[in-house]
Write a protein that binds this ligand. Sequence first.
Ligand code: NAD
Ligand code: MG
Length: 362
Amino acid sequence: MRRLTVELGERSYPIWIGAGVLGELPRLLEEASIDNRRKLFIVTDEHVAPLYLDKVEAVLRTAGYMIYHSIVEAGEKAKSLSVYERVMTEALEAGLDRQSAFLALGGGVVGDLAGFVAATYMRGVAFVQIPTTLLAHDSSVGGKVAVNHPLGKNIIGAFHQPRLVAYDTELLRTLPSREVAAGFAEVIKHGLIWDETFVEWLEQNADGLQRFDDNLLQEALLRACSVKVAVVSEDEKERGLRAILNLGHTFGHAFEALCGYEKLNHGEAVAIGMVAAAMLAERLGIASSISNRTRRILEQYSLPVALPYVMEADAVIEAMRRDKKGEGGKLVFVLPTTIGKVEIRKDIAEEPVRDVLHALQE
Ligand code: NAD
Ligand code: MG
């Protein structure tokens, strides 16, 4: 098992990554001061539950924990106020109190939902992330938790750090290939914003990683999480630096929203968004010849690099102006200056953005 620490003073917490981390869960919980006198409430989804819920519950019961669970529908739909309310109701009916803890067993959807429930249940209780997707290396670290509003993604949320992230790489083996690719999009993003040597390493090890060689996989997760940890430790509440994690996301969120969150998943939308950001940076003259390398690495990981559906530039721009990262309707982008470095640019003119959107449909 490998360990990283998110340094946030008294809210610091460990991230454990490895094959078989689940078996160690009782010990890790105890270390995080969640001992077996506390009730645990597991939130998971209908795909993950049949695969892993019994196993997690068995490990915890053996250690003497009292456990409840809620199984939500799979997919982005579960990040809604109605599902949030249902989980709250079930937790109340189970008699959870302020000493209890929520465990998110699943991908980013379950993590964001359970985290927001934990952030607000009786004004905030402990929660633990047990990520089961590759993409969740990103969502499980950093404490952003939220549900969606029909008018925008992640609009109803909070900052609430987990007490522990327990990342068992064995659980990733059942992921559908499209979800694996989507997870690699965020892994690649962490390289592109921070660390060119990591990008090179990802280029060189694309085959082994996609075969899920366990050593490579652990290394990739460790390095990607390290970038996230470094950024979050410096800027927990997104007052400045943390915004660089949104590379590809201004475009990506708009693409996702315009597809109704269904046809493109988050990672795929971000992949296309990172290509768009590279093209925009080139058009604005702040970077040169980076979009080809960006496209190439994403293609190595079976990710889309152009829009699979026609999207009106006007509609995309309008969606981007509505994005909560935009300030007063201005277009704010994280743009690469070279591979491994980015800048935040505010108030970009529409014209070059429009050009990029047209080129992306070709
Ligand atoms: P997800 O949670 O929907 O999981 C993807 C799919 O894989 C689902 O159908 C799920 O049931 C299934 N699944 C999960 N684990 C599995 C396993 N081990 N085996 C088989 N199937 C499995 O999606 P995701 O891609 O993990 O996360 C996307 C969400 O994360 C988005 O809502 C996004 O907004 C959010 N996110 C949040 C942050 C943050 O900082 N909070 C960061 C990035 C993304
Ligand atoms: Mg993301």
